[in-house]
Design a binder for this molecule. Structure first.
Ligand code: SF4
Length: 314
């Protein structure tokens, strides 16, 4: 039998999974929406991955990363649970060993990781400001009636991106409404939005960081050609986007799981553990996050929906 390893990266917007073989080749992959139901999303994801893997493989390792990594680790019966920074760095350097900067923009957060010779030297994460995330781009696309899948091509078509205030969601939204009412062409507004995401990202997570090439851009938003174009333009550097750029966290945690390999053989059949969930609104700041705490036998094993650690104890 051949060996394979499963990596799951679960975020509040999307759930990503890959299965790799002993040589780190991806033999199965999937990306689905989490839809506020991490348990359901992982069951669905793992079922799809299982159908892509042939019977000649046995599952010798599982790893989880992302915001609900502890919960998902418990469901999948693994202790290999690591944060996103580590998982993204390992996944990316497995394909691009000389990478110096990883730019990542996901559905609800963004991060930057600086590396030297494959070692993380600095990083930053932004979980609080929505203006530099995929969720912001999707909501603004809806607001101006443009399909998010057309966003990238539309932005490439524009030579006059409209200037949109990029500092925070509230400013950006009201500015967008103003620009839309002022008769600007939609393609120029779309291009302006892509540019504002880039500027917001660089002014927040990228603040004070020395961004050096090779630069890899990943996360769901890396599929947006308009955002890639403005990263290139603003940084004056080439930007590499891998075909699996949205899956590199899952790839990284699958690779990490190999290091913990034992005699154990895992199953793609997700155990049906019953959890108790308790929800409340955190009043720690004006974000008022809807926090969902997940308990098993009176022990809190994970929390969901909090944008910062304070929400767990609120
Ligand atoms: S978890 Fe609480 S303190 Fe943290 S961002 Fe959300 S509302 Fe604010």
């Amino acid at each position: 039998m051949k060996k394979c390893y499963l990596g799951v990266d679960i975020g509040s917007i999307s759930t990503k999974g890959v299965v790799i073989d002993d040589n780190n080749n991806i033999i199965a992959k999937e990306y689905i929406w989490t839809e506020g139901n991490p348990v359901g999303a992982v069951k669905k994801l793992v079922g799809i991955l299982k159908s892509q893997v042939s019977d000649e493989y046995i599952l010798k390792g599982i790893g989880t990363t992302g915001s609900a990594r502890k919960l998902i680790g418990l469901m999948l019966g693994t202790d290999v649970v690591k944060n996103e920074i580590t998982a993204h760095a390992v996944g990316t350097t497995s394909l691009y060993p000389s990478v110096r900067t990883i730019l990542e923009i996901g559905g609800q957060d963004s991060k930057i990781i600086m590396l030297n010779n494959g070692i993380i030297t600095d990083y930053a994460m932004n979980t609080l400001c929505a203006a530099g995330t995929g969720a912001f781009l999707s909501s603004q696309a809806k607001r101006i009636g443009v399909d998010i899948n057309e966003f990238g091509d539309m932005a490439l078509d524009s030579n006059n991106p409209v200037k949109i205030a990029a500092r925070c969601t509230v400013f950006a939204e009201s500015d967008l409404i103003h620009k839309a009412q002022s008769g600007y062409e939609i393609k120029d507004i779309v291009a302006g939005l892509c540019r504002s995401i880039v500027l917001n990202y660089l002014n927040n997570v990228g603040k004070g960081k020395r961004i050096k090439g090779p630069i890899i851009f990943q996360g769901g938003v890396s599929k947006n050609k308009g955002v890639v174009k403005y990263f290139k333009e603003v940084l004056g550097e080439d930007i590499i986007v891998d075909e699996n750029s949205h899956l590199l966290g899952a790839l990284g945690i699958a690779i990490i799981s190999k290091k913990y390999e034992s005699d154990k053989v895992y199953s793609f059949d997700v155990s049906d553990i019953s959890f108790i969930t308790k929800g409340h609104e955190c009043s720690g700041c004006s974000n008022n996050c809807e926090v969902l705490k997940i308990y098993k036998n009176d022990e809190m094993i994970d929390a969901w929906g909090n944008r910062c650690p304070r929400g767990v104890n609120s």
